[in-house]
Design a protein around this ligand. Structure first.
Ligand code: IPD
Ligand code: CA
Length: 278
């Protein structure tokens, strides 16, 4: 059966938006009950998971089971369904959970979808800013905000020395130490570094020309699935380890505006950033 990627994008957008609204309501309820600080932790003491992460994933999984029976699902909070259709949904129910906990307005729901392992559509919703980033393969990427839709384009930067670069750091201390060494090689060669706290939104920032490049080691498919296709459809060059690889393998995800891609990739290579970080 023919797959309509624009319909998949519509469903990504709807699910990310509705889950985003749910997450904001959940945050307000947690604040009211004084329970926001009581988050559990996952891979390390500083890797939080809240009831809102779980509720958001449960909502998306429930909708997909009803509306796309047979499709596969991979979710950060544990959703695992084998695909019987070749279509697989890759979900981050809250990307930027630390920002969510602290009330920093930089977190998102990310819903990506792949067909036989290739990303074909995605949506990233920041429910606080009201921004919805979407893309479908071959159909471009756009930003919806306040009822207006604008196409997304990566920046026209050509000079790496004036490029603004986003990155992020792992929850595991030993990997962070290696990431600090790599950023030491990158920082002197670019305009500046941003650590905003959501890989999905970092990739959308590349798509919107709000930063010129992004790199990070060890992010998981749910962190980058939607953002990667959004950045790519906005004209950026994007490389990631592949949806079947786990972030635990420490592989590099890297994206840049086309005019700085070659120099940026060379810089990350010189800084020791190409081999996976164990
Ligand atoms: C994290 C964010 C952060 C990145 C971490 C991710 P989470 O996801 O995307 O920016 O640096 O590597 O794990 O835990 O907030 O869903
Ligand atoms: Ca995440």
């Amino acid at each position: 059966m023919e797959i309509d990627v624009t319909q998949l994008r519509e469903l990504c957008a709807e699910l990310a938006t509705r889950a985003g609204q749910l997450v904001v309501r959940q945050r307000e309820a947690l604040v009211d009950r004084g329970e926001l600080a009581a988050a559990e932790t996952k891979s390390s003491q500083v890797d939080p998971v809240t009831v809102a992460d779980k509720a958001s994933e449960e909502f998306i999984v429930r909708e997909l089971a009803l509306r796309r029976p047979g499709d596969g699902i991979l979710g950060e909070e544990g959703a695992r369904t084998e695909s019987a259709t070749g279509v697989e949904w890759v979900i981050d129910p809250i990307d930027g959970t630390v920002n969510f906990l602290y009330g920093l307005p930089q977190f998102a729901v990310s819903v990506g979808v792949a067909v036989r392992g290739e990303l074909v559509a995605g949506a990233v919703c920041n429910p606080v800013s009201g921004e919805l980033f979407t893309a479908a393969a071959g159909h471009g990427a756009s930003l919806d905000r306040g009822g207006q839709t604008t196409p997304l384009r990566a920046s026209e930067a050509t000079d790496l020395r004036s490029a603004l670069v986003a990155t992020g750091f792992a929850y595991v201390s030993s990997r962070r130490a290696r990431q600090a060494e790599i950023v030491t090689g990158v920082l002197p060669e670019v305009r500046d570094i941003r650590r905003m706290g959501s890989a999905a939104l970092d990739l959308c920032a590349v798509a919107a020309g709000r930063v010129d490049a992004y790199y990070e080691h060890g992010i998981h498919p749910w962190d980058y699935a939607a953002g990667a296709i959004i950045a790519r459809e906005a004209g950026a060059v994007v490389r990631h380890p592949g949806l079947s690889a786990s972030g635990d393998d420490g592989g590099l995800t890297i994206a840049a505006a086309p005019g700085v891609w070659a120099d940026f990739e060379a810089l990350v290579t010189r800084a020791g950033g190409v081999p996976p970080l164990r």
